[in-house]
Design a binder for this molecule. Structure first.
Ligand code: EPU
Length: 328
């Protein structure tokens, strides 16, 4: 197995943070995992899986074996009376996978277009955007359990999906997701209820929704190729209906269980931090929830900025913001 020493990960994370891995390896086959687990145990270097690097804060030095996920493959497995069942390898690019389904006339994932990262990372934080989330379509996944050395299948219940949450977030480092299988309902109607999508006609095609979502994202979020970022940096806080009364002027999204989701971007902007800069890191001047790397930032710079933001928002609003990207 080809392990590379002192591997530069700067181009492998969308934040563009300066980071070097002690050892790195490209993983394109699940059969490599037992050997990698053995190498990890023998050297005392933890095994860390990196997908598209779009939701991580990478430390400047990773004393680890970093396995860059490249397991490929996309297939339409089955047509049931209700759904089309599709499977993709964990290393596939998520957006390309969405486009591939829509190009084949399989609708459903178009609202989730444009999200950076890999298919394997999608279930970890139950990616969501524009009125849809992965769990709406999830059927099952396979994952290698580094603790037992076996390949397990998880159904939706086992994944314990919630808003930006799954079982994989509570046991980081244990499972390596290998494939993800989705069920895309055959009865389809364009989902246009999220702000900005209502401009689409009622009979919009999945392709039209996809293109619109991509354009909407481009108008709001910075392109990581131009300005390093990891998308939303904090979860939108969910508070009780009673607590939400204190936020009369804020955008509010009532949830089915009676709680209310607030907008972290709004709280940060109202705290005077939209476009704020601290060293080489800052908040995006068109969307305060996105932290950006103005050039040469490290994990320390991002952490200092995140702490500053959390402190300001806590003091002003009494809300504790929870970080979204995983620290590797
Ligand atoms: N807002 C402000 N100021 C800002 C930014 C936003 O007041 O600087 C307000 C907006 O005006 C709007 C509300 O906040 O009323 C919500 O903003 P937006 O529609 O941009 O969505 P968001 O809640 O900030 C979430 C997801 C995004 C996803 C969008 C669209 C989270 C943490 N983020 O953002 O996901 O694309 O909705 O569905 O739930 C990501 O996770 O990386 C991500 C980009």
């Amino acid at each position: 197995m080809d392990m590379i020493a002192d591997f530069d990960l700067t181009a492998h994370n969308t934040f563009g943070l300066k980071s070097t891995a002690d050892r790195a390896v490209l993983i394109d086959d699940a059969a490599m995992l037992p050997e990698l687990a053995k190498a990890s145990a023998e050297t005392g270097r933890p095994l860390k899986i990196l997908g598209g690097g779009s939701n991580v804060v990478l430390a400047e030095r990773l004393d680890a074996i970093v396995a860059i996920m490249r397991i490929a493959g996309r297939s339409v497995n089955q047509q049931t009376t209700d759904a089309t069942i599709v499977t993709a390898g964990a290393g596939e690019n998520w957006h390309d996978f969405v486009v591939w389904t829509v190009d084949q006339g399989i609708a459903g994932l178009e609202n989730l277009a444009g999200i950076p990262g890999t298919v394997g990372a999608a279930p970890i934080q139950n990616i969501g955007a524009y009125g849809a989330q992965l769990s709406d379509f999830f059927q099952s996944l396979t994952a290698y359990d580094l603790k037992t050395g076996t390949i397990e299948t998880f159904d939706a219940e086992a994944c314990r999906f919630a808003y930006r949450q799954s079982a994989f977030k509570s046991e980081p480092g244990r499972y390596v997701i290998l494939t993800v299988t989705l069920a895309l309902p055959r009865t389809w109607k364009a989902k246009r209820d999220y702000a900005g999508l209502d401009r689409l006609p009622e009979d919009a095609t999945a392709r039209a929704v996809l293109d619109h979502v991509v354009a909407l994202r481009a108008s709001k979020l910075p392109d990581w190729r131009v300005l390093g970022n990891a998308g939303s940096f904090f979860h939108n806080p969910v508070v009780s209906a009673e607590a939400a009364r204190a936020f009369e002027d804020a955008p509010q999204y009532p949830q089915v269980d009676g709680t209310v989701k607030l907008s972290a971007g709004w709280l940060i902007e109202q705290s005077g931090l939209k476009g704020f800069r601290l060293g080489p890191a800052g908040t995006y001047d068109r969307h305060a929830l996105v932290l950006v790397n103005h050039g040469g930032a490290t994990a320390r710079d991002i952490a200092a900025l995140a702490t500053h933001i959390r402190d300001k928002v806590r003091i002003r609003y009494g809300v504790d913001l929870v970080q979204e990207p995983i620290v590797l």
